[in-house]
Design a protein around this ligand. Sequence first.
Ligand code: OSB
Ligand code: MG
Length: 368
Amino acid sequence: MRIERVELRHVEMPLVNYFETSFGRQEVRQLIIVGIFGEGLSGYGEVPVMEFPGYSYETVGTAWHVLRDFFIPAVLGKDWQHPGELAQALTSYRGHPMAKSGLEGAFWDLYGKKEGKSLAELLGGRKKSVEVGVSIGIQENLEALLELIGGYLEEGYRRIKVKIKPGWDLQVLEKVRDHFPRILLMADANAAYRLDDLPLFREMDQMQLLMVEQPLGSDDLVDHARWQKELSTPICLDESILSPDDARKAAELGSCRVINIKIGRVGGLTKAAALHDRCLHYRIPVWCGGMLETGIGRAHNLALASLPNFTLPGDISASKRYYREDIVDRPAELNKDGTIDVPVGPGIGVNPIPALLDKYTVFKEVFK
Ligand code: OSB
Ligand code: MG
């Protein structure tokens, strides 16, 4: 179908609680919402960049630049048979995966709306609901962390992920384990450690963590393989896995036993689904990561997580855990059993509420 118009919106949404990781603190969620219009229909995608280059090099500014100057001109006014075809056309541009994923995601939604099929159905997902956990940022003190965890467990979340950094790690995890001896608990370091920190992680081996996420460099596979041989706790890779081929390399080297899949990090749903398939081939279980998405990106994540190899609870929490007010008509809600339903309507199954989308838009540009 022909893309007649593309709309970019710089959206700024206040977070219910600030979110702190080893690379910095987010108080407000700044990202880009992409709208694609054609044949009287609309589709929406999300570019899950951060305010500053911490998790990755992409920001609102870099994504806006490559979308406006390269990616949108490459797709606008053309007739695309399938989202995979559009994704293929973007592979001639290097890097900028989050920018690509927002544009491709909007077209997946549009395509699903035209076909009258849900995104999950188009991808081959079978699950009606997916198991979810919650990712908790670095807190001012231990008491605050324990209270947050207690609250999330009461709500029904199935797995707790605690962000760690040097100085907020072993002792924190020990205290959490003491308080909650039997929960599924894991830690995410966001690449904050170095090879000579191995003794610290050997001690963490005593704490029955489900896994430890991305302890070493954001582009590393080799040193993680060295550590995985020394550690009994499974290593999960996030930042280091940018493509299906990276999963093969990680499998061959033994760099990890689990992979976190994020649509934005790998450059779109087509690649995310291919990464899922590749991990299944290598028998590496996966779970769906999160980037503090709005209801639009969250609906994409839920559709992806309905695929069969998503066997571990993901970082797809309920909308209200992030935002007092979401921008979609059906914000994600947690079921009592710690799952969230996969949307069933055509495309991503949710629609932005125009007045709310406008309320949080700080800048908009339309391309025809
Ligand atoms: O490393 O998984 C990460 C948020 C922003 C950037 C990186 C990460 C995260 C999260 C939050 O852990 C997951 C979520 O609840 O969306
Ligand atoms: Mg992570």
